[in-house]
Design a protein around this ligand. Structure first.
Ligand code: G
Ligand code: G
Ligand code: MN
Ligand code: NA
Length: 251
């Protein structure tokens, strides 16, 4: 397709950019980390949503090249922020193709080494769907053994099977924004949300609420003991330079 041809050239043509969305600890009011999110602006098609081109990149295997570029770009930016004194974490989304690649562990290790970043500042985000396709947990354990952390992304939208929580070395659960969205007006969603938070706490996992847009949502999450907040309420995903202002000003 036209879109696929264009995507093949996007990297060379400098059309890709990594945006960053802050993750805030609302208890301490600090930005504790950011999530790297890939953006593509094509000269003709304009901004192509990731929901459109990421699946295309996954189907064709192009995600290996793009994912590696995002990883290196994000870790490089992280180094810049660390040197400036912002000791934040960097979360990067990995798709199943990347996890299944025989050299994924070396790829991540060398990206960290080249930038001189302590692995504990890197978080790999995997969806439940990715874990289901991972078959065995060995690869995820190897990655985790590098010293990085693993987040279970979009939690609640897949099978939410306790089997994955049992078998995979998870450090953090990211509550999908559909729960955050419904929590303040749909009682049974509020109950599910509360259950996810308590599950995470019982397991001693970090828990992050995604897609937070209102103070009312924050208040409810805080009451449940979920202090880590990500969403438009603080910032949309933005270019690195725009985050500097938020770092300086605080939240
Ligand atoms: O940024 P936005 O919320 O529009 O992203 C839409 C989807 O694209 C999300 O599911 C997000 O995880 C995915 N996505 C964004 N950037 C990357 C990336 O670098 N790698 C992978 N695998 N997925 C990404
Ligand atoms: O699937 P994943 O969680 O990796 O992707 C995050 C997606 O959620 C990105 O596309 C990002 O732009 C989007 N996002 C982040 N915060 C908000 C929010 O507060 N509201 C909405 N509607 N989307 C958000
Ligand atoms: Mn994510
Ligand atoms: Na998510």
């Amino acid at each position: 397709s036209n879109l696929l041809n264009a995507l093949h050239q996007a990297l060379e043509k400098d059309e890709l950019e990594v945006y960053y969305q802050p993750k805030v600890n609302y208890y301490t009011k600090e930005i504790t980390g950011v999530e790297a999110l890939l953006r593509w602006t094509h000269p003709e098609f304009g901004k192509v949503p990731p929901d459109k081109f990421i699946p295309l990149a996954e189907e064709t295997g192009l995600i290996l090249k793009l994912g590696n570029w995002v990883l290196r770009e994000a870790i490089h930016q992280l180094k810049v922020w660390h040197v400036e004194g912002n000791l934040i974490t960097m979360a990067v989304n990995f798709s199943i193709r990347q996890i299944q690649h025989p050299r994924v562990v070396q790829t991540v290790q060398s990206a960290l080494n080249d930038a001189g970043i302590d692995p504990k500042y890197l978080e790999i985000e995997l969806t439940e769907h990715t874990l289901i396709q991972s078959h065995d947990a060995a690869k995820i354990h190897e990655l985790k053994d590098l010293g990085l952390t693993i987040a279970l992304d979009d939690f609640g939208t897949g099978y939410s099977s306790l089997k994955y929580i049992k078998d995979f070395p998870i450090d953090c659960i990211k509550i999908d924004r559909s729960f955050v969205d419904g929590m303040t007006h749909v009682p049974h969603i509020a109950a599910l949300n509360s259950t996810i938070i308590h599950l995470a706490k019982q397991l001693d996992y970090e828990v992050v609420a995604e897609g937070v847009e209102t103070q009312e949502q924050i208040d409810m999450l805080m009451k449940e003991g979920c202090y880590c907040i990500q969403g438009y309420f603080f910032s949309r995903p933005v270019p690195a330079a725009e985050l500097q202002e938020l770092f300086d000003r605080g939240i």
